[in-house]
Design a protein. Structure first.
Length: 194
């Protein structure tokens, strides 16, 4: 994925990750960069903006050579949502198109997880997650009749990270690795439907 605005963002982010002393400093300096990136919706290639009829899509836009961070476009078809999940590394979410609802969860003494509140992200807005500031949430497209797209930055090659989905009521935890959407396969299936 190349566009002057996106390339500038990657340059800035690389500098932050190279020079920041800790996670708090990375988040504080990187969030405004992502906010600037998603403040204009004119740079994302269409191939990374294609919804799937059944599943939300995660397209890898960039992975830094040392796997210290990755940038992903999340494409939500109408009504699509994630399970309750964690990331295990820092993450920043920037809303590009449409809107999404983020519901955070916290572990209770009995081992279950309860919702601590809901936030709606509108275009240009950002949000952060990490094991130190709260890492467990469920994200949904705010719309039942349109596609929404958010841009995510994570402190690892997130498609390869072992993380977890949660059954909130029982506290049951399952390991998962998200991978990334296969752009060519998505284009083929779009061709089949056309
Ligand atoms: Fe998430």
């Amino acid at each position: 994925m190349h566009h002057p605005r996106f390339d500038e963002f990657i340059k800035g982010l690389t500098n932050v990750v190279d020079t920041a002393k800790n996670e708090a400093e990375i988040l504080a300096r990187a969030e405004p960069l992502l906010q600037a990136l998603v403040s204009k919706d004119d740079w994302l290639d269409d191939q990374y903006a294609q919804p799937h009829p059944q599943y939300y899509q995660q397209y890898c836009l960039y992975t830094c050579p040392q796997e210290r961070f990755s940038v992903v476009s999340f494409v939500w078809g109408p009504g699509q949502k994630t399970p309750v999940h964690d990331h295990t590394v820092w993450g920043i979410i920037g809303m590009l198109r449409g809107a999404e609802v983020c519901e955070r969860f916290e572990k209770q003494a009995d081992g279950s997880y309860v919702s601590t509140g809901v936030e709606t992200l509108q275009p240009g807005m950002t949000d952060c997650v990490s094991p130190t500031i709260g890492d467990i949430h469920r994200v949904s497209n705010a719309y039942d009749d349109q596609v929404s797209i958010s841009i995510h930055v994570y402190g690892a090659d997130i498609g390869t990270v072992k993380r977890h989905v949660y059954v909130p009521d029982t506290g049951e935890i399952k390991e998962f690795v998200s991978g990334y959407a296969d752009v060519a396969a998505v284009q083929r299936s779009a061709g089949d439907r056309a």
